[in-house]
Design a protein around this ligand. Structure first.
Ligand code: ZN
Length: 501
C-alpha cells in the first residue's frame, strides 16, 4: 500500500492571494484522501514562496521520500510543489527513479506513465512560467518608469506622490521651505543641528511633530532628486520631475557637508575678528588670539602662532597687534578693489565686447553640447558593458553615477548659459561689480565684511614675521599684480588698458 504525505504551501506574497489558505488546503486534502481511500502518514505545511529553491520543509519531505518513508504526495496543485526548475526537476526525477509512485492533486490528474510525467512537467513549467512572467512584468514596469524618469517610490520632502498621474510633484506647502534650507546649508554657515532648528522653525517636522531626525536631514542634503536626477537601487537615473535646486548648489551642499564633518573650528569670542583668517606662514598651524590688559587699562588683542606642531619648532614669536593686522587686511582688500571710474570704463568696454563675443559664445555652447553627448555615449557603452557581463553591478553603478553627475554639471552650465546669454561675459560683469564693491567696503571700513571677502577670494592666507599674505583667485590675482606693477603710474587709462589685455 502506498503511503502519502500531504504538502500544503502558501506564500504571503501578494501574487498568490487568490490561492486558498493553508488551513483550507488541509481540509480539502484530508477530505480528498478520505474519499479516495489514501493512507496519509504525515502532513507538511509551509508558508514560503516556491519561486526559489531551498524551502526547508519541502526539502525535508523529499529526504523522507528518498528514505522510503512514503511513496506518494498529495497536494492541492503541482504549483504548490514547485515553481522553479530545480524543485520541479527533483520531483520528476523521484518519479523516474520510482521513489515516488503516486502524486495526487484534486485539481490535476497524474499517473506515473509517460503521458502523466509529461503532463506533470508541463504543469511545473507553467508554474515557473507564471513566476518568470510576473518577475519580468514587475521589472519591465520599473524599467519603463525609470526610462520615463519617474521614480516608483515615496516622494522626498518638498514633493508629493500625485496619485492619479502616478508622478512626483512639488508640494506647495513645503517646496519653498526645503529649498530655503538647502540654499542656507550650501552657504556653509550651518551645522546639521542648526539646519535642523531652522527646519523646525519653518514647520518642517516629522510625523510625530518633533524636529526631523538628523539622518533624514542628511538624506535630504545628499539626495540627487533635488537637482533632477534620482537614485534607484544605488543607481542614479535622470528624472522627469521639477528640480528644486541646481547641480552647482547640490555640489556646494556636499562640500559644506564634508566641511561639517571636520572638527569644528572654534570661533572664539566675537571680538577676535580675525580668527580663522590665516595660518602660520612658517609651520602651517592655526593662528590664535589673546587679550592683554595694559596697566593703563586699555585692552589689546594679539595674534600669533598656536605652536601646535610637534615636528617643527616654529620660530614665529612675534605677536601681532590687531590694529596692525587690520591695516594689512585693508591693504589687501585695496589691492583687489576696482575704483568707480575703472568700473565705468570696464563696463563700457564689456558692452562693446558683448557683440563680438556672440560668435565665440556659440562655440562655447557647442563645446558643452559635445561634452554632454560624449558622456551620454559613455554611459550607453558602460551599460552595454554591464549587460554583457564585463562589470559587477557595484562597479557599474559607481561608474555610472560619476558619469551622471558630470553630465548634470555640464547640462546645468549649458542651460545657465542659454538662459543668461553669454556666460563668460556675465561672470566678468559679476566680477567687476564684486571688485568694485570691495572698494566700498574699504570706504565704509566694514572690517567683518572685508575679512569675509578675503576668505572668499583668497587662498593660502598666511601670517609670518608680522605680515599677512594672500594668494588671490583669478581674476582678482591679475588685478593685484597690475596694481603692484603700476603703483607709480598716475595715468589711470594706461593702467586700465594694461589690465584689460
Ligand atoms: Zn607657527
Amino acid at each position: 500500500m502506498i503511503k502519502y504525505f500531504i504538502y500544503c504551501r502558501k506564500s504571503s506574497e501578494e501574487e498568490e492571494r487568490q490561492i486558498i489558505s493553508i488551513e483550507a488546503q488541509l481540509t480539502e486534502l484530508r477530505d480528498f484522501a478520505k474519499n479516495q481511500g489514501l493512507f496519509v502518514v504525515k502532513e507538511y505545511t509551509e508558508s514560503r514562496t516556491a519561486k526559489d529553491p531551498g524551502r526547508p520543509v519541502f526539502t525535508q519531505m523529499l529526504e523522507e521520500i528518498e528514505k522510503g518513508t512514503a511513496q506518494g504526495i498529495l497536494a492541492w496543485n503541482p504549483d504548490r510543489l514547485a515553481r522553479n526548475s530545480i524543485d520541479g526537476g527533483r520531483v520528476i526525477y523521484l518519479v523516474d527513479t520510482g521513489k515516488i509512485q503516486s502524486l495526487k492533486f484534486p485539481t490535476h490528474w497524474f499517473e506515473p506513465t509517460p503521458q502523466g510525467k509529461f503532463m506533470l512537467s508541463v504543469a511545473f513549467s507553467q508554474a515557473k512560467y507564471y513566476t518568470d512572467n510576473l518577475r519580468e512584468n514587475i521589472l519591465r514596469g520599473i524599467r519603463q518608469k525609470i526610462r520615463r524618469g519617474e521614480l516608483s517610490a515615496k516622494a522626498p520632502l518638498g514633493y508629493f506622490n500625485e496619485p492619479r498621474l502616478r508622478t512626483i510633484e512639488p508640494d506647495k506647502r513645503t517646496f519653498g521651505k526645503i529649498k530655503e534650507c538647502l540654499v542656507a546649508f550650501a552657504s556653509g554657515q550651518y551645522t546639521l543641528t542648526a539646519i535642523q532648528r531652522k527646519m523646525f522653525s519653518l514647520g518642517l517636522v516629522g510625523k510625530d511633530g518633533k524636529p526631523l531626525h538628523l539622518s533624514s536631514i542628511k538624506h535630504v542634503l545628499t539626495n540627487p532628486f533635488y537637482y533632477g536626477d534620482f537614485k534607484y537601487r544605488g543607481e542614479v537615473h535622470q528624472g522627469s520631475h521639477k528640480p528644486m535646486i541646481s547641480k552647482k548648489l547640490f555640489d556646494e551642499i556636499q562640500a559644506a557637508l564634508v566641511q561639517n564633518g571636520k572638527p569644528r573650528k572654534k570661533r572664539g569670542p566675537k571680538n577676535f575678528q580675525y580668527l580663522g583668517l590665516a595660518t602660520c606662514g612658517e609651520c602651517g598651524y592655526a593662528i590664535t588670539a589673546e587679550r592683554k590688559i595694559k596697566k593703563s587699562g586699555r585692552i589689546y588683542h594679539y595674534y600669533h602662532c598656536t605652536f601646535k606642531s610637534k615636528a617643527v619648532v616654529c620660530s614665529q614669536n612675534r605677536f601681532l597687534r590687531e590694529e596692525e593686522l587690520t591695516k594689512q587686511v585693508v591693504e589687501n582688500v585695496q589691492k583687489v578693489s576696482l575704483p568707480d571710474e575703472w568700473r565705468k570704463r570696464y563696463l563700457e568696454k564689456l558692452d562693446r565686447e558683448t557683440g563680438e563675443a556672440r560668435h565665440s559664445s556659440d562655440l562655447f555652447a557647442q563645446n558643452l553640447r559635445g561634452k554632454i553627448a560624449e558622456l551620454k555615449l559613455k554611459i550607453d557603452r558602460l551599460t552595454d558593458g554591464y549587460l554583457a557581463g564585463s562589470f559587477e553591478l557595484a562597479e557599474y553603478q559607481e561608474k555610472k553615477n560619476t558619469l551622471m553627475s558630470e553630465k548634470k554639471t555640464f547640462e546645468d552650465q549649458l542651460s545657465n548659459f542659454e538662459r543668461k546669454g553669454n556666460y563668460w561675459l556675465e561672470l566678468m560683469r559679476n566680477w567687476i561689480m564684486e571688485a568694485n564693491q570691495a572698494q566700498n567696503l574699504v570706504k565704509q571700513e566694514n572690517l567683518p565684511k572685508m575679512r569675509d571677502f578675503l576668505v572668499a577670494i583668497g587662498s593660502n592666507r598666511r601670517l609670518a614675521s608680522g605680515t599677512l599674505s594672500v594668494d588671490f583667485q583669478k581674476p582678482f590675482s591679475f588685478l593685484a599684480e597690475t596694481r603692484e606693477r603700476t603703483r607709480s603710474v598716475r595715468d589711470n587709462f594706461s593702467v586700465n588698458s594694461l589690465w584689460w589685455t
